[in-house]
Structures are given as structure tokens and as C-alpha cells.
Ligand binder design. Sequence first.
Ligand code: NAD
Ligand code: ZN
Length: 358
Amino acid sequence: RKINLALGERSYPIYLEDGGLNRLGYYLQQLPLEKKALLITDSNVYPLYGEKVAAVMRQAGFQVAVARVPAGEQAKTLEQAARLYDLAFDAGLDRSCPVVALGGGVVGDLAGFVAATYMRGVPFIQVPTTLLAQVDSSVGGKVAVNHPRGKNIIGAFYQPRLVLIDVATLQTLPARQLKAGLAEVIKYGVIWDGEFFQWLENNGVRLLAQDRDALQYVIETCCRIKAAVVEQDETEQGRRAILNYGHTVGHAVEALTGYDAFLHGEAVAIGMVIAARMAVQQGLLGYREYHRIKQLIALAELPAELPADLAHRDILQSIYHDKKVKGDQLVFILPQQIGRVGIYRDIDEKSVMRALKE
Ligand code: NAD
Ligand code: ZN
């Protein structure tokens, strides 16, 4: 299956293939690239797929340097980026040599940042291996590293030349990571597609059982939605912000718990429930719809409630610190029905506190 993300001369294909890793060499050969590449992966993904992917690329005529970063969010730093620039330089990469990201969102964001900045930008290829990366982070061109003052503070918009999604890689993904990815999947249902949400209600069990056809369908649907949103608003001047549904409170929960208690998707699940509750309190969303959102999150075995030891004041403070707050305005993405959300820039503190409390 092929989805095209249309952005003029920055357009690119998203290929979705069971077993697609084997076809990476073929797809690379279709692009105007020089035959030296830097393959970036992490310490968990390397032993599973690293040598296989390097071999496929070598068969296609590439000289491949393989770089491994430590698994986990701690690798998304300028220090790691600096090390990768050295490796790119040592491998003799010039401006038409590709950087290939093989891994989850951490590897994708970091490798994309390196690709965007090394020699003012070299071709970037995404081969995502977590559900989160396959439905969200590998598509759309946001690349970044973290800064001690905040997540994703140093970054760019830099679109890949190609995204290759192999659903088979999810077989090795830990169940908890799969569920965290489902949070972003549910997000797409709420913000964009009520019928897809209903499909998830009926097929959630198949997804948790790693049914490949179900996963393939979900990934394709999510990539289509993400592509449509990004095509309308590549650099988040407006509508792209709807992808942040659940992320305002979600980011606060992640930050306050030190990025280790909750996976990103788990924190987003909590954030989506709270935003939906806020929408009910504002008279935007019916209670029944709120309940469906909460139920689907429970079906995906994701958390729906704030940890009891988080002070609501601290959450509010953390939201103010988030870079997405413009001035003193609190911006929330609130559902109006399942399948449609609005961007609200006039939410007052009291409303936030009320939604946190209930
Ligand atoms: P991750 O990259 O840390 O991957 C999760 C874990 O799964 C890691 O331990 C990894 O080594 C392991 N793993 C990856 N693929 C595997 C496989 N096939 N089998 C077994 N283990 C595997 O985390 P993530 O959830 O993929 O991504 C989170 C990151 O994505 C965050 O840094 C977040 O900021 C970023 N993100 C970016 C965007 C964007 O638009 N750029 C969107 C959402 C999230
Ligand atoms: Zn997210």
C-alpha cells in the first residue's frame, strides 16, 4: 500500500508492507541518492533488525555505516547528535547521501534532526518500528532533540524522502509499547474520524492480540489522517495543532513524573480523558461521547486517571511552561463530537482545575 503525502516538491511516499524491510534497498534505488548511507538505530532495535536492514541496503549497492544510540528518551540529545555528525563525517557522507532512521520515535526524531542539520540537510529516510512511530512520529517532518529546559526544544520541520512501514516489526514490540501507540491511534479517531473510532471500539481486542490485518488497517488509516492534516498545515500555523489533543495535560504529566513513570502514549491517554471531560463541562461534548472515549481508552488497557500524588497546581504550572502556550493563553484541543475537535484559546484556569479535579 502506498500513501502519498503531497507537499509540492517536498512530497513523499509512505509505503506500508508486511515484510517491507526486505524492500528498503529497492525503494532507496528509486531515489536520486549517492551510495553511502548512515543507518541510525538503537540498542534494542539493532540486534533485532539492524544487520538485516544494513545487509538489504548493501545488496542495493550502498556503503553503510551503522550507528547505535542507547535505547530510550535519554538518547535524544545534542551530545548524541554531535556523535552522529562525527560518524557521518567519518563515513564520508556528503549532501546527497541518506540518513536512515530504524527504530521508534526517539531514533526517528534524533536521526531526522541530524539529517536536517548535517551539511544543511541530507536525504532522510524513516523506517519506523514502534506503533507510535508508524502512526505518528515518522510522518509529518517534526524532528528534534531535547534540552534540559524541555522536550523537543531544539528542532526543525524536515520532511523525509520516504517512509517505509513494516508491520511485521511490531511482533517484537513489548505489549506496553504497543498499547502506548494505541493512544495516538484513538486520538485520530476522536479528532478526525468517528467511524474509525467505532471500528476501534469493535476491533480493539484484535489489536491487542497483535492481529496483523487489523494493525495494518489501523496504521494505514492513521497515516492517511496524519498526511491530510500535515498537507493542510505543515508548520503548525493553525489546524495541525489538533494533533495535540490530549497532549497539553499529557506533556505536563510526563514532565512532572520525570519521563519514566509513564510512556508518552500513557500520559496522552490521561490527557485525552481530561480534555474530553473539560469539553463536557464547557457544554461542547455530550456525556455519552465522553464515556465512549473513556471506555475505549480502558479497552486499550491505558490509564485514564491522573496519579493521585500529582498536585493539580503543579500540572497547571507545567502547562504554562509548555512551549505550546502562547503568552498567558491556555490552548486546549477539545472534542465537539467523536470525529471532530476545535482549538480553544480562551480556556481559563478555573476550567482546567475543575476538569483535573473531577
Ligand atoms: P522509543 O523510540 O523510545 O521506542 C520505545 C521502545 O521500544 C524503545 O526501548 C525501543 O528500543 C523499543 N523498540 C523499538 N522498536 C522495537 C521493535 N520493533 N521491537 C522491540 N523493541 C522495539 O519510543 P516511541 O514511543 O517510539 O517514540 C517516542 C518519541 O517519539 C518521543 O521522544 C516523542 O517526543 C517522539 N514523538 C515525535 C513525534 C513527531 O511528530 N516527531 C510525534 C510523537 C512522538
Ligand atoms: Zn504524541
